[in-house]
Structure formats: structure tokens, C-alpha cells
Design a protein around this ligand. Structure first.
Ligand SMILES: *Cc1c(COP(=O)(O)O)cnc(C)c1O
Length: 420
């Protein structure tokens, strides 16, 4: 049975994966990691499809856990949408993680966590309220995933006037057990209110978080790389270099875990936007987190990536880190140029985040077998993409249905007590 420990104290108290999912953060403020990284099962096979392959990859982490016998059903319920390759020719593949309910890769982790928590809470006869502050993408994926899950409620906070129209729809059209709060303030104010609520002893007991450091969001992000790298090897006969558009580095951490478990991955490359914390670290050897800058790939506007603690846990010295990790930064003008170039040359439309990955492939890995991760559907970023390509982006059915529904949000000030 695999126990989970904190990145800040590997010798400290340990817990099961289910406990780690319910807690979110370790009590000492660190992030949960497995005591020892398991290998993929010797029988690992992708012939049963993506949900089954992801189940096999996640299974070793649940050996002996209270959810062990539910895991297969959870995976099949959570990962019930396609995960196709888009081949641009000559082994240049895009891994499209964009066909979930909110058209972005965060659907995988949010859905796995929601289905797992529902099972755990129903069995324990407990209820929890998820609090989430969002500047855009995360809140939508969490709201969609927790909608109508038993024993769970979600309160979604977002800054008034600062989210795009289509993003706002994904935060406010759910109803039932999802409550949306439009805060008269900034994203930082929203985050502060969530922190204050968690510190209030009279309410903290019934609260839970679903943010990207939760182990339940990370494991699916490992599992789709186990699937995709094997599929690539089967199709093209070579191990791929995988290029991951990165901000908080949760998605790419999943990729490093898949490689550590034995997946056929040649090398892992982060593509960042103008937030250069990690590329600068690789150049200078000094890690300097900083305030974020605004870019066109706004879901990657992170200056102090929270999952770095897990990567430092894997690669403790600068030498280890710089041998295993590559990172390249892409500017806003390069993002625009790449969206246009891919449309003109390949007749394919990508989002601004995916464009960072595609630029890095075109500039540095042109002649290698490569997978670039497509992190969101371009229709979510219509106001950026459409003027560049001179046409409208067709909206996927999921997204269209959400946008059509009636929107409701409660307007509140900056006092967290207004949430309860
Ligand atoms: C969250 C997000 C990212 C960044 O992923 P991290 O795990 O934070 O590195 C990239 N693209 C999109 C569309 C996202 O929503």
C-alpha cells in the first residue's frame, strides 16, 4: 500500500490517497507526494481505450485504499469523453485534452476529484462545501464537475467585470448545488476571502478545497500521459518529446510522474508565456518566484508556480533539475503569430495556451517526434483567436449548451461572511 507524505517532511506523518484528497494540503503546508513512486502495472495496455488505460495507471496509488474497489467505476464516469490525437503530419501530434464539459484539460482532474469525494463522503455520511476562487478556467471546470454530486456543494467566487463573457457563463449557469458569487474586487480579493473562510473555526470544518495542488487533480494528469505516450510509440515507433503549456505546472508534473512510472517519454519540455520564472531559473540557477504578468494565455499567468514543490521534491538539486527539465518562454506576439501560422499552414485552430507549446515545437523540436498538449478549445478564447484568423471559431456542443442557460450570480462585497 502506498502512503502519501508531505513534500516538506518526507519522514513526517503519512496518510492514504483518499485522506490526502479530502485534506488537499498537508497539515504542514506542503504538497502530498507518494512515499515511493510506483511503476505502471506490468500488464499496462491501452487496448481497452483511454478511460481503461487511465484506470490502470492510477490503480497502483489506490492499492489497499478505501476507494480501491470503486476506482474503475470512478475512472469510467469521470473520463467519459474522447482524448484524440490531431496529427499535423511527420509525427507532429497535438494531444487534444479539450473535449470535456468545459473544453479544457482541467475537466479531467476536477471530475476525478468530484466523483472520488462524492463516494468518500456518502460512505462517511458527511457533507462538504467546496470553496473556489477563480480568475477564469478553474472555477468553470470545478463547477461543472461538482454539479449535482451528492453530499457536496460548491461556492465559486470570481471578480466582477474581470472574466470573459463565455467564462462567466461557465461560472454562473449551473444552479442546484453550485452557488456563484460575483465579488466587487480583484482575483486576489477572492482568494483572500477563501483563505479567511478556511481560518474561521466556526465554518472551516465543513469546507474543502479543490485547487490544483490536490492529489486527486494530479493523478489523472499523470494517467493521460501514460496513455498518450504509449499510443504514440505504437503509432510512430518512437518515444515522443512532450511539450506542455505550463503555468502552475500541475499538468507537466503529471507528465514527469508518468515518465518516472516507466512511460515511454523521450523528454519533457515546459512552454511558458511571458511569465519566465522557470526558464530564468534554468538559465541562472537561482529560483526567484515573482508577481505574474498579464498575457494572452491568461490561464498560465503565474509567477510563483505552486506545484514547483513537487518538482523540487523529484529533482532536489539544480543539476538534477536542469538535466530533467527544459523550459522555453513565448511572448504575446509569438502567440499571435503561431495561431495564425497554424491556421494558414495546417488549417487548424489552436487556443493561446496551446500556441505557446506549438511555438516551442516549431522553434526547437521541428525534426523530433513530438506531442504538444492542447490545453483548451479555441472557442473559449474567441475574442483573441477570431481576429487573427479572420473567421469565427465553431463552438463545441458542450460549451454552447452552457452559454445558452440562464445565468445567476449573487453580487457581494469583500467580506467572506457574505458567503454563508
Ligand atoms: C490551467 C491551464 C494551463 C496551465 O496548467 P498548469 O497545470 O497550471 O501548468 C494551461 N492552459 C489552460 C487552458 C489552462 O486552463
Amino acid at each position: 500500500m502506498i502512503r502519501f507524505v508531505s513534500t516538506r517532511d518526507r519522514k513526517g506523518p503519512s496518510c492514504t490517497v483518499s485522506e490526502a484528497m479530502l485534506k488537499g494540503l498537508a497539515p504542514d503546508g506542503g504538497l502530498y507526494v507518494p512515499e515511493t513512486m510506483p511503476s505502471l502495472p506490468a500488464s499496462f495496455s491501452i487496448s481497452g481505450g483511454v478511460a481503461d488505460a487511465m484506470y490502470q495507471a492510477i490503480k497502483p496509488f489506490f492499492e489497499g485504499d478505501e476507494l480501491e474497489n470503486d476506482l474503475e467505476e470512478i475512472c469510467h464516469s469521470a473520463f467519459n469523453f474522447p482524448v484524440p490525437f490531431k496529427d499535423l503530419g511527420e509525427g507532429r501530434v497535438l494531444l487534444e485534452l479539450i473535449y470535456g464539459p468545459t473544453s479544457a484539460f482541467k475537466d479531467f482532474g476536477a471530475r476525478f476529484l468530484a466523483f472520488s469525494m462524492e463516494k468518500l463522503l456518502m460512505r462517511r455520511g458527511e457533507e462538504k462545501t467546496i470553496l473556489v476562487a477563480t480568475s477564469g478556467d478553474t472555477g468553470g471546470a470545478v463547477a461543472a464537475a461538482f454539479w449535482r454530486r451528492n453530499n457536496l456543494k460548491a461556492k465559486v467566487l470570481f471578480p466582477k467585470g474581470r472574466v470573459a463573457e463565455r467564462q462567466r457563463a461557465q461560472l454562473t449557469t449551473w444552479g442546484d448545488n453550485i452557488e456563484s458569487y460575483e465579488v466587487d474586487g480583484s482575483f486576489d480579493d477572492c482568494q483572500k476571502m477563501v483563505k479567511e473562510a478556511f481560518m474561521d473555526k466556526s465554518i472551516t470544518e465543513g469546507l474543502s478545497s479543490s485547487n490544483s495542488i490536490n492529489i486527486g487533480r494530479l493523478l489523472p494528469q499523470m494517467a493521460y500521459y501514460a496513455y498518450a505516450s504509449q499510443l504514440y510509440l505504437d503509432m510512430y515507433g518512437k518515444k515522443p518529446v512532450i511539450i506542455v503549456p505550463s503555468g502552475n505546472v500541475g499538468n507537466v508534473t503529471g507528465c514527469f510522474w508518468a515518465k518516472a512510472m516507466g512511460s515511454p517519454i523521450e523528454r519533457i519540455v515546459m512552454a511558458t508565456n511571458a511569465n519566465r520564472t522557470i526558464p530564468d531559473y534554468l538559465e541562472s540557477g537561482e529560483y526567484q518566484p515573482r508577481a505574474s504578468v498579464k498575457t494572452l494565455a491568461n490561464a498560465m499567468d503565474v509567477g510563483a508556480p505552486s506545484n514547483m514543490e513537487r518538482l523540487f521534491d523529484m529533482f532536489p538539486t539544480f543539476e538534477d533539475f536542469s538535466q530533467a527539465v527544459s523550459a522555453r518562454s513565448v511572448s504575446d506576439s509569438e502567440i499571435q503569430r503561431t495561431i495564425k501560422e497554424v491556421y494558414d499552414e495546417d488549417n487548424y485552430i489552436i487556443c493561446p495556451h496551446t500556441a505557446c507549446g506549438e511555438r516551442v515545437r516549431r522553434d526547437y523540436f521541428q525534426s523530433c517526434p513530438t506531442i504538444v498538449v492542447s490545453t483548451a478549445h479555441p472557442a473559449k478564447f474567441d475574442t483573441i483567436v477570431e481576429p487573427l484568423i479572420g473567421r469565427t471559431v465553431p463552438i463545441p456542443k458542450n460549451l454552447w449548451e452552457i452559454i445558452q442557460k440562464e445565468s445567476y450570480a449573487k453580487e457581494i462585497g469583500k467580506d467572506y461572511k457574505e458567503l454563508f
